[in-house]
Design a protein around this ligand. Structure first.
Ligand code: HC0
Ligand code: SF4
Length: 579
């Protein structure tokens, strides 16, 4: 252990700790902008480019960045001398000198870390004249880039390159023109970007943000010719409270349903209902492939990959097309919900599906892209018209003066609002596979599963594997979260060093609870973990915890769909990725 003094306070920290981390642990706040670290997921951005975190060290004749300087025995650090404060202010003023000043309409207005620093330093004048960049805003269906706002902190580059291994964003140019950009300034959709939004999740300024669909939604809600219905993804319910000052992981479902009804939706439904349907289809697919493989049939594509994460699907299409047929053909819950709503619910309610607007609230930026994919349109009508993120919903509720915390408890509308605990855990890493295994086990054994908790599939190790034996059949399954982890797993499978029957991949660390559309976690991965725990709690307390026990799902198959993977189910609920 190393002993040092920070602002006169004795601090003891392990060797190798930086001054910044030693200070933060000791309760001494040093402002910082580029630095971000999430140990649980191996994310570390410590390029020391912003220099906001400079401190004075006794015996050194210059100020040093605290984020990249390790502590030493006997060190005496001052974090708040007048010299330090003056230098920080000059650094900030230089940063602001070439930064656009359109804060009022910026995608991160109110959430910008640079704006917060400018507020705390009381900057009122621009003393230095810098040259603002001239790049136009670049929209994709999921993410908007306003790269003249880039402050070169490199957080997105580290996230995209090291955690997601996609390498879409990198520093280009020099001087005032320097920015993090795509190759040849291409639109993200023209690159191998997966739309995962993890770059958005860490960007401290308005250079990267979700493409906003809230105005479109307001217009649809106003249109008397339209019926507008909404579905809510599992991970949203344990995170939306954060935008109203509630701790992460608290289940806000009941208040949320009332809030959505007050917004004016004609139906408030649950993506979880469709997640249970997804399991009916995906477990059927998995069972059929496993049994065919055991019979020795040729060309059976195993492992079966889950396909509910659109960023993962796009990652496979663009990087590992040889594995495309391993992706489950079952649509994601978002898309299954849309198909059932437009084909089944609309008919029941005698609504022309062309007049029905299906909106989803997702923790994700890639879901906007998924909704727009051509595969999910029938007769020129999209299953899901568009998606808005948890953050967008939070803004909308505040705009309408709907205080989530004051809402009386409500319920989702039936039948598309009923769900089991198996569906809730879809929103955390490992949950889709666990849900599938619960059902598959009972279908193969024709018995009742005593213990529904497949603990080896849980947790936050980047890859978790498990062997499950049912009726003498040994199944080997794996879970990966984060695209870098998925890439490693795919390479092992490709080289024949690993064999699995089923693999779940979620592009974001922690699964959807850590999605790129969730309230900003600001580098605190514990927030993501608490959301995952929140979903687990919901599962524990549900009346039914297996998708095939959902009474409304059973009814839907009996009265409308027929058999899982039967003719109608296949036509509505399955797809073939054509990219
Ligand atoms: Fe997810 Fe989903 S669990 S991808 O993370 O499968 O976004 O929450 O809605 O579709 O259900 C996201 C979350 C969903 C879907 C579900 C799946
Ligand atoms: Fe990289 Fe994901 Fe951002 Fe695309 S959305 S640039 S893949 S981090």
């Amino acid at each position: 252990m190393i002993r040092l003094k920070i602002d006169g306070k004795l601090v003891v920290a392990p060797e190798g700790t930086t001054i910044l981390n030693a200070a933060l642990k000791a309760g001494i706040y040093i402002p910082h902008l580029c630095y971000m670290e999430m140990k649980d997921i191996g994310y570390k951005n410590d390029c020391a480019s912003c220099r906001i975190c400079v401190v004075q060290v006794k015996g050194m004749n210059r100020l040093i960045p605290s984020c990249s300087t390790p502590i030493k025995e006997g060190m005496e650090v001052v974090t708040n001398s007048s010299e330090v404060m003056h230098k920080r202010r000059v650094v900030l003023e230089l940063m602001l000198s070439d930064h656009p000043k359109d804060c009022l309409i910026c995608g991160k207005n109110g959430n910008c870390e640079l704006q917060k620093l400018a507020i705390s330093f009381g900057i009122r004048e621009m003393r230095f004249a810098g040259k603002e960049g001239k790049h136009d805003k670049q929209h994709s269906v999921s993410i908007t880039r306003d790269i003249t706002k880039c402050i070169m902190c490199r957080r997105c580059e580290t996230m995209c390159g090291e955690i997601q291994t996609c390498g879409i964003l990198t520093g280009v140019d020099r001087g005032f023109d320097v920015i993090v950009n795509t190759a040849f300034n291409k639109n993200l959709l023209e690159t191998n970007c997966t739309m995962c939004g993890q770059c958005v999740a860490v960007c401290p300024v308005g250079a990267l943000y979700e493409t906003d669909n809230t105005f479109r939604l307001v217009e649809d809600l106003m249109n008397p010719k339209k019926k507008v219905i909404v579905q809510v993804a599992p991970a949203v319910r344990v995170a939306i409270g954060e935008l109203f000052g509630i701790a992460p992981g608290v289940d806000m479902t009941k208040k949320l349903t009332t809030a959505l009804k007050r917004l004016g939706f004609d139906g408030v439904f649950d993506t979880n209902f469709a997640a249970d349907v997804t399991i009916m289809e995906e477990a059927t697919e998995l069972k059929e492939r496993i049994l065919a493989n055991l019979k020795g049939e040729k060309d059976i594509k195993l492992p079966l990959f889950t396909s509910c994460c659109p960023a993962w699907v796009r990652f496979v299409e663009l990087n590992y097309p040889e594995f495309k047929d391993n992706l489950s053909s079952t649509k994601s819950p978002q898309q299954i919900f849309g198909a059932i709503a437009k084909e089944f619910w609309a008919k029941e309610k005698e609504i022309d599906k062309k007049d029905l607007v299906c909106v989803s609230i997702m923790p994700c930026t890639a879901k906007k892209y998924e909704a727009s994919r051509g595969e999910f349109t029938r007769d020129g009508v999209a299953d899901v018209d568009y998606s808005i993120t948890t953050r967008e919903l939070g803004r909308l509720l505040k705009q309408y003066n709907i205080n989530l915390l004051e809402m009386p408890d409500g319920e989702f509308d039936l039948p598309l609002g009923e769900s089991t605990g198996a569906a809730d855990i879809f929103g955390r890493t490992g949950g889709v596979l666990e849900a599938a295994v619960r059902t598959l086990y009972e279908w193969i054994s024709h018995g009742k599963l005593e213990n529904l908790d497949f603990v080896p599939l849980r947790g936050f190790e980047e890859v978790r594997t498990s062997e499950i034996e049912v009726e003498g059949i040994k199944l080997r399954v794996a879970v990966a979260h984060g695209l870098g982890a998925a890439r490693k797993l795919l390479e092992e499978i490709k080289a024949g060093r690993e064999y699995f029957d089923a693999v779940e991949v979620m592009a974001c660390k922690g699964g959807c609870v850590g999605g790129g559309g969730q309230p900003y976690h600001r580098g605190d991965f514990d927030i993501v973990k608490k959301r995952a725990e929140g979903l687990q709690e919901i599962d524990y307390h549900k009346e039914f915890r297996e998708s095939h026990e959902n009474p409304c799902v059973i009814d839907l198959y009996e009265t409308y769909l027929g058999k899982p993977n039967g003719e109608l189910a296949h036509r509505l609920l399955h797809t073939h990725y054509i990219n």
